[in-house]
Design a protein around this ligand. Structure first.
Ligand SMILES: [Zn+2]
Length: 276
């Protein structure tokens, strides 16, 4: 057994959202575009623009990490692994690097205890790496790929960009390029599931979701030029506690999870637990 072993899953929290783009967006494919531009967008097998779960999860993690660095809560913190900003201290999740003293100290304690001290992860891994994962720890939050809900309204177009000289901030006329964009008004259903989450982690998820609800979500590239702004139109929350006989039966027989009737109240209750 090692300190990074997985636990059984008894609790699942599922959050589903409907979002709508209020601007055009460009989630780059890194390849030539269908509209004949240098930079295409990510598309599904039907050639419709889609939002990969990994991208959505990365955006959500950034949102949560930003909130954590602003709020400076006592026991809930982010090492800033994703954004490369070590805030308070490095965590185990940062991996086996020479500078990551947290990793080496925890590993020594683990060896000294002959493998019996299994709380080292919780003590030395930041809240963000525990929830979202790191090179050394498995996360417990998953996001599905999101497919286009209103494909009849999809229009692909091409936009011109101008290369910016990063040193002077001025445009470089000689460096012209273009990129594909998907139009405004496109709708997606986003689904995330978190397993074995603590009350604090539910509070973190609630904070991130409410931030998305109030400020919108910025998805893809060129967001500083006004692209990629989506708003949440509907949120639903359901959960499943497999230790409860009634919920277990409903799930195993009918695949049903318990739906939260008052979502706002649910989020508020979870946030109250982490913010005084
Ligand atoms: Zn971390």
């Amino acid at each position: 057994m090692n300190i990074f072993s997985k636990k059984s899953v008894y609790y699942r929290l599922k959050i589903e959202m409907k979002i709508r783009f209020i601007t055009a967006f460009h989630l780059g494919s890194g390849m030539e575009g269908e509209a004949g531009s240098d930079n295409g967008i990510m598309t599904d097998p039907n050639n419709m623009p889609f939002l990969p779960g990994s991208s959505l999860k990365g955006i959500f993690r950034s949102t949560v990490e930003r909130l954590l660095s602003t709020l400076q809560l006592e026991n809930i913190w982010a090492c800033g692994l994703q954004n490369g900003l070590y805030t308070t201290k490095p965590c185990i999740g940062g991996g086996v690097t020479k500078e990551n003293t947290t990793y080496h100290e925890a590993n020594k304690q683990y060896q000294d205890s002959n493998g019996s001290n299994t709380t080292l992860i919780e003590q030395n891994c930041c809240s963000a790496c525990q929830l979202f994962g790191s090179p050394l720890t498995a996360g417990r939050l998953y996001m599905d790929d999101a497919f286009l809900q209103n494909p009849d309204e999809f229009v692909l177009s091409k936009r011109d960009g101008v290369g910016i000289n990063r040193d002077s901030g001025t445009s470089m006329d000689s460096v012209k390029y273009d990129y594909d964009v998907a139009n405004t008004g496109l709708k997606y259903a986003i689904s995330m599931e978190a397993q074995e989450v603590t009350e604090e982690e539910m509070g973190l998820i609630a904070l991130g979701i409410l931030e998305w609800k109030h400020a919108g979500i910025r998805i893809g590239g060129k967001t500083t030029r006004g692209l990629g702004h989506a708003i949440i139109e509907d949120i639903s929350v359901s959960h499943l506690d497999l230790t409860k006989a009634e919920e277990r039966k409903a799930y195993l027989l009918k695949g049903e999870m318990k739906k939260e009737t008052n979502v706002d109240e649910f989020f508020q209750e979870k946030i109250d637990k982490i913010i005084a």
